[in-house]
Each structure stands twice: as C-alpha cells, then as structure tokens.
Design a protein around this ligand. Structure first.
Ligand code: M6R
Length: 613
C-alpha cells in the first residue's frame, strides 16, 4: 500500500514530510507528491517516479509552510503519472487529500458526483474523496463533519489524510475499513499522522493508532479521536522503545503476530501497481510474459518448499481453473530427482519467500538445464530466485522476520490468482465478463482479511481451550485442502504439537481410525463448492468423539450445531477463499504457541532461510 506522512507544527513541513516518505520507500511506489499550506494557499508538487525526482521538483520550486501532507503511490486506478499522483486537490482549490487503499464503490460515487456536474482530473478513486468533502462543505458543514460524511460513504479498506486551507489549524485523518493503518505521533507543539511508524520515529516515540472506523482531528496541540459516528474515543498512547528490533515490532510481542496482522495491508500492497480495476486487467511487467509465450505454454511445474509449496498447491487450482493450463506441484527437494518432463514450452515457477532456499534453487536449475522458461514469485528483492528467473513476481509484502511464514503465504496466493487471469487473458480463454468479475473480486481482499483479523479475541479463546492438546488433524477439500496442510504446518512448527493436514475425502481410507476424544479436528467448512461434502466429514468426525473446530462462513447456522468451536470468516469469492481462510489458522497456531510460552519467532531446529540441501 502507499505511504503517507502528515505534519502540523511550527517547523517547516516539507523536509519532515520528504524524510518521512523516504523511510517508507522500502514499500515500493511509482509516484510521489506533497501538499503544503503556504500563505493560506495549498501548494502541490507531485509526479510519477521516485522520491529523488520529487525532491528535485521541490528544489526547483520550493515550498514552505508548517502544515502539509505527503504520499508515495502505487497505482491501482490509473497509470503512474503526474495527474494520478497524490495529493489530489478539489475544484475549490481549498481541500487536498492523500489516500491509501481501494474505494470499492468508487465507480458509483464517481457517477453520482458526475451527475452533479463534477468533472475529474485523474483516473483515481482518491479524487472522489476530495470532491465528496467539497460537496458536503458546500452544504455548510465544517471540514470535520464534511470529512466524516465522506468517510462514512467509502466502502473497503481505506486510510485518508486531508487538510483544508480554510481550517489551517488541523489535519483530519481516518481509518475506514479493516486494512491499512494510521499512526498518530505526539511531539512538543507538533503532531504527525502517518501510515507507518518508521516515517515519524526520528521525531517522536509517543504514538497512538486508529482502529477501524475511527477518525482523528489532529492539531498542533494533540489529537481528538472519534468513531465515524461521532462517539469520542480515548487515545491509548504507546511509547515505542529505542531498541531497533523492539521498535520494529511496534505494539506486538512477536514478529509473527505483527506479520499476521500486517496481512490486510500486505495484501493491498500485493495488488498495488498490478490491478487495473477500470478495465479489468492485470499487469505483471516483471514476468516478461508476452502473448506469444502465454500461447505456447503447455505445462507449468510449480516448485517450492514448506509453506511456499502449499501456496503452489492453491496456485495449481487457480491456474488450471482460470487459465486451463495443466499444472503440477513438486516440492523442491524432489523435483530434480524425478527426471521431470520439460521442454521449451514448459514453465517452471518457483515460489520462495527468501529466494535462497537451496532445494528450490536446485529445482530451478533443473528447469533451466532442461530448457524450461523460469519464473519465480519471491519476497526477498535481489535474491537468487529472482535473479536467475526469466521473469518474476515480487511479493511486495515487506520483510518477513518470523520463521513461520504468514504474510509470505497469502501474498503468493493472490499473485497466482493474478497470474492465472493474465495467462487466461493473453490466451483468450476468458470471456470479458468473467475476467472483469475475477479482477473486481480482488478489491475485496484487504478488507476481508482485516475483518478476520478483528475476530482474534474469539480465536484466542479457542487457543486457550486447545493449549494442552498433543495431536491435531486438519481437514480441507478442493482449493482449501492446501489450507489444511498449511494450518497443520503452522501449528506443528511453532507449538511442537503433532498436527497433520489431510484431504477430507481421504479420511475414510485410514486416518479416521485416529479420531477419538483426544484428537481435535480442525475442518475448513466454508461456503465453497465442497461445502456439503465437508459437512458430512464434520459429522463423521463428531460422531467419533473428536473436538471439532470449524472454519465457517459468517451467517452459517448449520456448522455451529456440529462444531465445538467456530472460527468465523466473512463470505468470500471462493477462488480467493484460501487467502482469507488461512488467517484464523495462523492466529490459532500463534496463540497456542504463545500461551505455551514458546519462542514463536525462532522455533527450535528451524531457520528462516534453508540454504542447505
Ligand atoms: O524462503 P522459502 O519460502 O523458500 O522457504 C520455504 C520453507 O522453508 C518455509 O516456507 C518453511 O516451511 C516455513 N518455516 C513455513 O512457515
């Protein structure tokens, strides 16, 4: 997701904002801009390109003022260009806004505004926000109320920061959906609002965070927090420690916990720059996928290890279903020993968080030796798996520190979904309506992830109930079968509890013998094409006395009658279900391990990057 920095104080806002944006550069972006209140007027500098370019623009045409907002953008609506770069200013020239996220209902809002005669200067969803604020100001509302009305109309996961030349003593910010963050920093006679802590750490260690559907009116003296319905909220002020590792963990005890919670945002980052919602198209430029190549691919081998291999199993499902290309998944440590059948029309696609896993790299070498096209989906930028591939997709999730992979599991699921659409589009095997629907569904993902993350207190209660178990069985079918594997892997690697993932249909062929009152069963029973089959599996497990923990879709009233505990997930387009369904299993594993007092981030015998065979 994009980066945001806002400042209000006594110092010159420009260098503070530019330095803050610099600290967020690691997250990637394609445009940058800032707006400063200068002599009662809003002045903007913005363009496509890197921050260094923005700094040059500011040097050529300096800005000075003590209130301002800045932004680094990753394009979602409209190409990277000066007109699409943030900040976006309204037609009065008196209100300016920066924004992170996706306004899910932006086409609707844009049409309504256009019907009122509003014209648009960009292709962005963001611009609707500034026009809506002006629309409400024109009815006589002040900035805070106009902003509140606007925020309440936005659907999806969004963070907004805005200011007005008519009320120069404040910045208004909000976290509207369930993804993305706003951190408010407290200084002496100055205040900050940013998307991430590093942007403001050099100025203050006293911060507060906005929860979903909260807004803040930030002045030089402090911040007033409210819900979007106008209820006052007491700000909980945290002091960020000086120790750099602890500072990086922010409010979390463990990196794994932090990384689980980063997923709403990392999933938004995964989409950034890749999805053209207006035209229902996917862009993956680093993959070097030409129409000629797309049309000659006859087979894809996905190769990876551990969690990444389970991501590949979901990918097989997605690519076969959407692009109708045969896919085989082979774990990295086996690939080169089975003499795979490969020619120049075969793609070997490696998935790796670190990009340095020895077995995955060896599998890639085998693919290269036999003449395959080599692709990779990698998190660590510049790693070998990225360098040796003919094309790659970067996960765009930011560094993952916890040994147990979480955000680097959900990102490649979305990457493969996008890859499948792109392949199908280039091969002409997807009708336009379906393609547009598949692309449009992506906009829901960050907010859906955020909604699951909000259920953590209920999941933690289940973790307390399970803390002493010795074994656990995870069951899933179809596209959620790999999620059963991944849920089991998460539990075993950090809690040292024996856990097995199984395709639910295989139960009757053996594993059902294991089920008794000492064997809890975690079942993925969400509303997908295998729902009814999973219900009967659930009944069989229950009949044998096992404690049943079901991952179920909100609103389902059948599953709770059969399960001892339910981990709820919101209704999700089923091809994207795995992205959402795995999150409660990550949280469950995390809490069981944390309750048992284990070293969650560095479990025994495991390394983050396995660089030996
Ligand atoms: O860096 P990689 O994604 O290539 O790592 C692959 C596996 O070693 C890794 O996913 C491992 O299974 C994790 N500990 C899972 O949480």
């Amino acid at each position: 997701m994009c980066g945001i920095v806002g400042y209000i104080g006594a110092r010159d806002a420009t260098p503070i904002i530019l330095n803050g944006l610099k600290r967020l550069e690691y997250r990637g972006y394609d445009s940058a801009g800032l707006a400063v209140l200068q002599n009662g007027k809003i002045e903007i500098r913005r363009d496509a390109g890197k921050l260094s370019h923005l700094i040059e623009l500011v040097a050529q045409s300096p800005l000075s003022g003590t209130v301002g907002i800045g932004h680094t953008r990753w394009a979602t609506h409209g190409e990277p260009s000066a007109r699409n770069a943030h900040p976006h200013i309204g037609h009065t020239g008196r209100v300016v806004v920066v924004h992170n996220g996706i306004v899910e209902n932006f086409l609707e809002l844009r049409e309504e505004l256009a019907a009122e005669g509003v014209t648009f200067n960009s292709d962005t969803d963001t611009e609707t926000i500034v026009h809506l604020v002006e629309h409400y100001q024109a009815t006589g509302l002040d900035l805070t109320e106009a902003a509140r009305r606007t925020f309440k109309q936005l659907r999806g996961a969004n963070v907004v920061v805005l200011l007005s030349a008519d009320e120069p003593d404040k910045i208004v910010t909000a976290r509207i959906g369930n993804a993305g963050g706003v951190v408010i920093g407290y200084g002496e006679g100055e205040m900050f609002a940013a998307s991430d802590i590093p942007a403001i750490l050099e100025h203050t260690r006293k911060v507060t965070f906005l929860e979903s559907r909260q807004m803040a009116i930030v002045t030089r003296e402090g911040a007033r927090l409210e819900t979007l319905d106008g209820e006052p909220v007491e700000a909980k002020i945290h002091t960020i420690p000086w120790d750099p590792v602890a500072a990086e963990k922010g409010e979390y005890r463990h990196f794994m916990h932090k990384e689980i919670h980063e997923q709403a945002r990392s999933l938004a980052d995964t989409l950034a720059g890749r999805v053209d919602f207006q035209n229902g198209k996917i862009r993956l430029p680093e993959l070097n996928l030409t129409p000629e190549l797309a049309n000659r691919i006859q087979k894809i081998y996905i190769t990876a290890c551990g969690t990444a291999a389970y991501a590949g199993m979901v990918g097989k499902y997605l690519i076969e279903k959407i692009a109708r290309i045969p896919v085989e998944v082979e774990i990295g440590s086996e690939f080169r020993y089975r003499d795979p059948i490969i020619d120049e029309n075969t793609v070997v696609l490696a998935i790796s968080q670190s990009g340095e896993t020895a077995d995955t790299l060896a599998a890639m070498e085998e693919g290269r030796r036999k003449g395959a096209v080599l692709w990779s989906i990698v998190n660590a930028i510049g790693s070998q798996a990225m360098r040796i591939a003919d094309g790659y997709i970067s996960m765009q999730t930011g560094p993952e520190i916890g040994v147990a992979s979480t955000k680097a599991f959900t990102a490649p699921l979305v990457d493969q979904y996008m890859l499948a659409i792109l392949l199908a589009d280039l091969r002409g095997t997807l009708d336009e309506k379906t393609r547009r629907q598949l692309v449009s569904d992506l906009r829901l993902v960050p907010d859906l992830a955020g909604r699951v993350l909000n259920t953590e207190p209920e999941i933690e209660k289940v973790a307390w109930a399970l803390k002493d178990i010795r074994n656990c069985l995870y069951l899933g079918r179809g596209i959620n079968m790999p999620i059963a594997y991944e849920g089991a892997l998460k539990l075993k690697e950090i809690s040292y509890i024996h856990a097995e993932g199984y395709p639910a249909g295989e139960m009757k062929h053996g594993p059902i013998a294991l089920i008794d009152e000492t064997m809890p069963v975690v079942a993925l029973v969400t509303k997908d094409p295998w729902y009814e089959k999973m219900i009967s599996q659930l009944q069989q497990a229950k009949a044998r006395g096992g404690t049943v923990i079901a991952v179920a879709t909100e609103g389902d009233d059948l599953v709770p009658t059969m399960a001892d505990h339910v981990l709820w997930v919101p209704e999700t387009p089923w091809l994207l279900g795995p992205v959402i369904n795995v999150i409660p299993l990550q949280i469950l594993a995390y809490h069981i391990a944390a309750i048992r007092g284990l070293d969650v981030d560095q479990p025994r015998n495991l390394a983050k990057s396995v660089t030996v065979e």
